[in-house]
Design a binder for this molecule. Sequence first.
Ligand code: OAD
Length: 233
Amino acid sequence: MNIVVLTGAGISAESGVPTFRASDGLWEGHRVEEVATPEGFAANPALVQEFYNLRRAFLSEVEPNAAHLALAELAARWQGDFTLVTQNVDDLHDRAHQQIMPAAGFSLIHMHGELLKVRCTRTGKVMDWHSDLQPYHPSPFDPSGYLRPHIVWFGEIPLEMAQIEKALSECDLFLSIGTSGNVYPAAGFVQLASMAGARTVEINLEPTVGQNLFSEHLYGHATEVLPPFLATL
Ligand code: OAD
């Protein structure tokens, strides 16, 4: 039996990472267009680099929670294919997996990029990065390029879509955890899984806009409802 899991900001909320869609419509005080679009970066690289510098530095203050760990445990013991697709740019799934079973391989796809990676604006080459970026940070890959956060901004294409769609087309169980279902293409994954005949489960604090697309629902805090649910699999 093959499993695809999609996670969103809600799974990291109990680790202390803020979710996106707070009631004021701002991301930590900024309009989305300012800090999460190519146009925003071109208009004010200092603001955008600082925004992600702060979020990158904040990762050292948070730890994986029981929901991340329960998923890593499932991945380690699962016999069929296990694909974890996260919209989150934090590294909490990665660290949970390292803690549980560093040697075991499974697919972890950061479809919206990663805070701990940066990309050359000229060549598209990606490298690990743990410190701050300057507004016009020279790229080691090309003298005319700069380093930018390896984050998929609005108007850019999510990463690894072919691999994700293949996994969805072959899955028997699809779990959507802690995502509001507002951002496509991730919000449409449940329909691809349904077309493949999969059982589809929404796990969230509350019903989302896409609740009717799921065959089952589990509402509550991810750290409380996810471990017992995964233990039944
Ligand atoms: P949102 O902030 O839109 O939604 C977070 C969801 O998590 C909400 O539906 C909450 O009800 C739920 N939630 C909060 N706390 C929870 C908890 N403890 N347990 C379970 N659920 C909880 O975040 P995303 O759906 O991840 O994209 O947002 C999708 C994308 O929008 C992000 O990846 C980001 C943003 O644009 C990019 O940066 C490209």
